[in-house]
Design a protein around this ligand. Structure first.
Ligand code: TRP
Length: 370
């Protein structure tokens, strides 16, 4: 299948080398990782494992940090449905960045975007916004250093900035970046300017000049690729960006997960039995047809979604390597590999769901107050 990757379409087997050239982003190499490790005092498994694989302007951002000009973090969520495991990759990493660098996070909820792009009533989007906020709070962000921006609620401070961005972007730029046509609605053409605002809004609100670092799924990069030149023209700094790969869907290593595929993805609200059922039924296997063949020839962990997913949940590098080797040699069976994944996911979800309940009383601590 042909490769397609932008915020509104992810299709095919994604070739990340090609993305790097196509998007004009830089691969994360040992040089960058060493520098992060030196400053952070540790290195996150998602960096070691190449899950975060590329960046823009990271070195500049770290230079500023070393000079005492701390960056703030910015990322976001389009609230049009339940959160699944794929969404968490960038946010769990963001939480780590907040902890090790002791920095603020601005988290944008793009209820406007989802209203414009999805066939869903406004009211339903508002309900998902609240539901999604619970999950994000449950990830453990520091309420003293985390600010939620909700596009329609914070329109009073965002809109005056968004129009300044919008004035410098043409319709044809947006059309070619996202594959839009003349039948797209006019709100969708404007939207990129809203996603650009949090890059500099904290500086406007506080009369500061801090760098912005955005951890994101690489499919979101096109918004910022468009706005980078504009930002400079408006007297703001371009943001630094850290890009992660798309976690593969449970059903196979191609494309990205979709939350409209509820029954085939693992949601943060799933109970242990549902997780077990979904993994056993849908997790794409790199195992052999028969037990005998598997024992003799071994499985293929590189396409096996249970193995691929364990890279996100098994923190111990040695354990992960042993799983890889045992699966490849045929010592570990597909069913056993799935069981390892199920256990890890359920362990994570048990803690998450408890924190999610607590989060329901805590929205006020996180939503930005003007
Ligand atoms: N557009 C994103 C989505 O649909 C949400 C988002 C807003 C975002 N601002 C962001 C994602 C900044 C990453 C970084 O999910």
């Amino acid at each position: 299948m042909e490769q397609k990757l932008n915020p509104y379409e992810v299709q095919g087997d994604i070739d990340y080398e090609r993305i790097i050239t196509q998007f004009g982003i830089k691969p994360l190499t040992k040089k960058e990782l060493d520098r992060i490790e030196k400053l952070a005092g540790s290195i996150h498994p998602y960096l070691r494992r190449g899950i975060f694989f590329a960046h823009r302007d990271l070195m500049w951002c770290l230079d500023e940090y070393e000079k005492g000009n701390k960056f703030f973090l910015y990322t976001g969520r389009g609230p049009s449905g339940p959160i699944h495991l794929g969404h968490l990759v960038a946010w769990r990493f963001t939480k780590w960045l907040q902890d090790v660098f002791d920095v603020e996070l601005w988290f944008q909820f793009t209820d406007d975007e989802k209203f414009l792009f999805k066939d869903m009533p406004y009211k339903e989007i508002q309900e998902w916004t609240k539901e999604n906020m619970y999950d994000i709070i449950a990830l453990g962000f520091d309420p003293k250093k985390t600010h939620f921006l909700i596009d329609t609620k914070h329109a009073g401070i965002m809109y005056p900035e968004a129009i300044k961005v919008a004035k410098k972007i043409t319709v044809s730029t947006i059309k070619s970046a996202f594959g839009f046509t003349d039948s797209n609605n006019i709100g969708s053409i404007f939207y990129t300017s809203m996603q650009t605002v949090p890059v500099f809004l904290p500086n406007i609100l506080r009369n500061e000049n801090k760098p912005c670092l955005i951890p994101l799924g690489v499919d979101q990069d096109p918004h910022f690729r468009i706005s980078r030149d504009v930002l400079e023209k408006l007297g703001h700094k371009k943001p630094a960006i850290l890009h992660c790969k798309m976690m593969s869907p449970l059903t196979g290593p191609e494309g990205k997960m979709s939350s409209s595929n509820f029954d085939k993805e693992i949601l943060l609200t799933d109970n242990p039995k549902t997780v077990k059922k979904k993994v056993n039924k849908y997790a794409f296997s790199g195992g052999r047809e028969t037990l005998e063949e598997h024992r003799k020839l071994g499985g293929n962990p590189d396409i096996d979604v249970s193995y691929l997913w364990l890279q996100y949940f098994e923190e111990d590098d040695n354990k992960l390597k042993k799983i890889y080797d045992d699966y490849k040699s045929g010592k570990l069976l597909s069913g056993e590999l799935k069981a390892l994944l199920i256990e890890k996911i359920n362990e994570f979800l048990a803690g998450h769901q408890k924190r999610r309940e607590e989060a329901k009383h805590r929205l006020d601590e996180f939503i930005y107050k003007e």
